[in-house]
Write a protein that binds this ligand. Structure first.
Ligand code: PLP
Length: 462
């Protein structure tokens, strides 16, 4: 969609000609280019022609405190003036890197008290793998290296994180790291066999993990990676008790549990971290990013238990040290943004607000279930998904050629709402400052957009 504004047309052209966008279908991109976003405020973004859109996806599950926070701009500018960068290798640190680590240790569950910084979620997960490998190496369990994760889990885009990711579409054209990574099936209650109870379904999935560990050999399996609620795999909320039972299996075989909270942390589910508060588990490692700075600057963190930290930090007889780190590990400006972001969330009690408003959001979205193609509305609080199907009884999918998720997203955008298409689904992860009025606008817009899509599908014979 080329803007009419002349200076924005130039930007649109430069972008189309030179910027390789992430995750982009270039066949359509080359025709349409990108919508240039030029401004933002609280829950809205503004395009190059001045049109305002309610951002139903919070940037990309991340702008939790909303856009345009002057306090964030000030904290970031102040840190740039004081000391914009210094390497934290060896014996240097900076005030925000140290303070944020202490704050994360305070907020994280159990004895997860030690923080390694990177620049985002993929790197936080890659870091977790390296920490886990070094940990077992130092314990003398040198063959304990394998990682188990789930089909439809999403853990990032670096080679290792992509391998741990279980979204099959993301593996096309790449060889996943098959020596190290193994997948078990996705605990998607909506797609469980007809007539199976949720409890039996849950137990079957847990048994599958145990069987996989036994098949690979417990002495070879190092860790299990899971998101509390799968995000990019379609906002899959596992059946009640799933994570607790999975953790028990991990404990039984000395397998570390890594909770990927890149999306779920920092308020999206109404808690600073969801693992314990929402799902009753204290994992061995939590990875996080996104909402840590509300997307104002790049930052990710891998948070370790005391036990793991003790082992990797102990002086080694062979002089080995944990040789892992990045130029920008603990970047002071990103850490200053993280600290200010958490301060704002706490001061404005955004988690409480999400618990209230999230219940309303969930209930209102469920009213869309009366529409002919809405098969499932699922998720929790401000992490929601609509699954569109051809037949609500059989749950058969609509022909992918219809690009139903994209059509609904396009209709929404034309009406001033951005939602994310995810194959035949649409995902909603708005800023946490959303009000009842915003929610009512979103629901009305989604209803109109889905109805318009149904009309189109019918007239085109889908
Ligand atoms: N883990 C989860 C659960 C995610 O949703 C994402 C990104 O969407 C990542 C990891 C990767 O994070 P990043 O894109 O910051 O590398």
């Amino acid at each position: 969609s080329k803007p009419t504004n002349i200076s924005m047309q130039e930007v649109w052209q430069q972008d189309r000609d030179h910027y390789i966008h992430p995750w982009t279908d270039f066949s359509t991109f080359k025709e349409t280019g990108s919508m240039v976003l030029a401004d933002s405020d609280n829950v809205h973004v503004v395009d190059g022609d001045g049109n305002r859109y309610l951002d139903g996806i919070g940037g990309l599950w991340c702008v939790n405190i909303g856009y345009g926070r002057e306090e964030m701009a000030q904290a970031i500018a102040e840190q740039v003036r004081q000391i914009p960068y210094y390497s934290c290798f060896g014996h240097h640190t900076t005030v925000p890197a140290a303070k944020l680590a202490a704050k994360l240790a305070e907020l994280a569950p159990g004895n997860l008290n030690h923080v390694f910084y990177g620049c985002g979620g993929s790197v936080a997960n890659d870091t977790a793998v390296r920490i886990i490998h070094f940990y077992f190496n130092q314990l003398g369990q040198k063959s304990k290296k394998k990682i188990i994760s789930r089909i439809d889990g999403y853990h990032g885009s670096t080679y290792m994180a992509m391998s741990i990711t279980g979204v099959k579409f993301d593996h096309i054209g790449f060889d996943i790291e098959e020596q190290l990574v193994h997948h078990i099936s996705c605990p998607n209650p909506y797609r469980r066999p007809a007539g199976q109870s949720l409890e039996d379904f849950c137990n079957e999935k847990v048994q599958e993990l145990e069987d996989k560990i036994l098949e690979l050999g417990p002495a070879k399996v190092a860790a299990f990676f899971a998101e509390p609620i799968m995000g990019a795999g379609g906002v899959i909320v596992p059946p009640e008790g799933y994570h607790q039972k999975i953790l028990a299996v991990c404990r039984k075989y000395g397998v570390l549990y890594v909770s990927d909270e890149v999306v779920t942390a920092f308020g999206r589910l109404g808690h600073m971290f969801a693992s314990e508060a929402e799902f009753g588990i204290v994992p061995d490692i939590i990875t996080c990013a996104k909402g840590l700075t509300s997307g104002y600057l790049p930052l990710g963190a891998t948070i370790l238990s005391d036990e793991i930290y003790e082992v990797i930090s102990k002086p080694q007889a062979d002089g080995a040290i944990f040789t892992h780190g990045f130029t920008y590990s603990g970047h002071p400006v990103s850490c200053a943004a993280g600290l200010k972001n958490i301060e704002i969330m706490e001061r404005e009690q955004l988690c409480d607000q999400v618990r209230d408003m999230g219940a309303y959001f969930e209930a209102q979205l469920k009213t869309l279930l009366d529409l002919p193609i809405v098969g499932d509305v699922r998720g929790r609080k401000f992490m929601m998904c609509i699954e569109n199907v051809a037949d609500k009884e059989t749950k058969a999918l609509i022909d992918p050629k219809a690009r139903v998720g994209n059509r609904i997203a396009d209709h929404c955008q034309a009406r001033g709402l951005i939602v994310r298409p995810l194959a035949h689904m649409n995902v909603l992860s708005p800023p946490l400052t959303l009000t009842k009025e915003h929610i009512d606008f979103m629901i009305a817009t989604l209803r109109e957009s889905i109805e318009a899509t149904v009309q189109e599908l019918r007239s085109e014979g889908f």
